[in-house]
Design a protein around this ligand. Sequence first.
Ligand SMILES: NC(=O)c1ccc[n+]([C@@H]2O[C@H](COP(=O)([O-])OP(=O)(O)OC[C@H]3O[C@@H](n4cnc5c(N)ncnc54)[C@H](O)[C@@H]3O)[C@@H](O)[C@H]2O)c1
Length: 270
Amino acid sequence: MSYNLLKGKRGIIFGALDENSIAWKTAERAHEEGAEFVLTNAPVALRMGTINTLAEKTNSEVIPADATKVEDLENLIEKSQEILGGKLDFVLHSIGMSINVRKGKHYTDQNYDWTHKGLDVSAMSFHKLMQTLYKKDAMNEWGSIVALTYMAAQRVFPDYNDMADNKAYLESVARSFGYFFGKDKKVRVNTISQSPTPTSAGQGVKGFTGFMNYAERMSPLGNATALECADYTLTLFSDLTKKVTLQNLFHDGGFSNMGVSQEIMEEMEE
Ligand SMILES: NC(=O)c1ccc[n+]([C@@H]2O[C@H](COP(=O)([O-])OP(=O)(O)OC[C@H]3O[C@@H](n4cnc5c(N)ncnc54)[C@H](O)[C@@H]3O)[C@@H](O)[C@H]2O)c1
């Protein structure tokens, strides 16, 4: 169902790799809600992925940008405003990557070059993105910036590895930069803390299936899907949430406030 929630709004969507990506679903839904946007991803991901299919479907252009490179971000933000014909109303940061996770390097045995790279891609890129938007004065008043995160930023999930630390940094940057964006430009900045979701990044985490099943059984509403995450993200881009900022918003079927569920108790008693 479409509500025209984003009619007339312009934005940039990072991170659509394939049709499972949360950013992919967000782009499809944003298009249905009347938004115009530019799609972007790292050059290497553009070569591997199928983003052109999404671009055609949503009538949008693709501009490559490595989110760790400020010059790429500058180019992206300038070109996007030219293509869309004005300042931006929304930006989605849907980017995550840990080489330690990918290569199965344990948290107690980090390769710090990889740790550094993962921090840059997954977290510092959010600061770089916001600093570039801020300096270029590229956001309209009452615009909205959202990044995706996971609850391992607050609680221990052993196999989430260094991504837990990256997400803690990301959430902190949302608050710290969100203050200046709010005060100086009337722009809101939030993070959405999403349930485990079967995407390329999600499935890279060791024991992901166990992780997902556990969360499913713990959550009174069950895990939130990528499409449901897209819907929630759109509400934050819409004019219906203008005074929501500096928040880390759990979108997890209730998981984050659970102690234990009946299903898990029954399993433990077997
Ligand atoms: N899947 C889950 O279980 C889950 C749960 C909570 C939060 N998240 C977060 O959601 C976001 C989106 O991930 P997803 O699950 O849709 O997986 P995904 O693999 O589809 O998306 C991750 C994206 O990051 C992009 N990326 C990597 N390096 C980049 C760089 N240098 N510059 C620009 N882009 C780069 C990838 O190309 C990819 O498109 C991530 O921040 C992830 O941590 C995912």
